[in-house]
Design a protein around this ligand. Sequence first.
Ligand code: GLY
Length: 287
Amino acid sequence: MKAIGTWKMSYEAFKINSYQKRIDDFLINSIKYVEDMKDVHTVGSYSVPNDSGFLELDAAFMNGDSLMFGSVIGIRNERHPIEVAYKLSKLVHNNILCSNGANRYALENDLGNNYPDVYKEETDNSHDTCGMCALNGGSIKAAISSSGRANKHEGRVGDSPLIGSGFYADSEFCAVTSTGDGEAIARAVLAKSITDEYKICHDLQMAMNHVVDEYLRRIEDYYVSVPSFCCVGIDADGNFAACTSLDDFPFATYDDGDVKLMVCRRVDGKVTISEADEEFLKNYKGD
Ligand code: GLY
């Protein structure tokens, strides 16, 4: 099995779950691990709230064999939104549920858990989604979980639960997940745009670089500063790829038990990837 995931949180989740043999178990348990991380405030139970003081969480899962997916949008007080999205990914209809409907489905399926309706003070303003893609025995799948933008407007929908923006998986080609400024990612329809470019050029890193560069060029006159976003992906041959609009973006790779923390850098418009070194880790302030 091979996998790739956003941020250092994925590195920790992959190490803990390296014993998992099935691709679905590996992805779901890795995301669940991040959803439970107390020091991660952008995914799961310890996230910062919306502008009404409540957690509204987004998650999705896509099976690249069948192209079926499930997503939950703004589910409240759910400890593991990814479990609900995963269950929804088995359904032909009603596989995208939002707010009360998502919570009701979770309760009806014994997944509604564990957290009371909590009010939390805002602690930061980041939007670092956990997105993961995995390949095993010809199957490619993607999973993603996010609390969206901190202090977001109640009901705001980001990229993470939107097929084609936050995630896409097609076992014949590749899978991509996104993280960062959800509105900017949605405008680019980032994950599907990269998949479509891959179908033409057959090189996932080249496809990512091209789509991101072209998008940044296209919008440069309309933004005061460059929007922050990143993506990771894997293709059907097991090649990893990552890209970013940031100066640097850590991500994790998993290759049959070997877990690495990598860094994608953008310097003068050129993207490079290398393994994280002591210097990077010393200066890294966290996801
Ligand atoms: N990428 C997460 C969000 O902005 O909703």
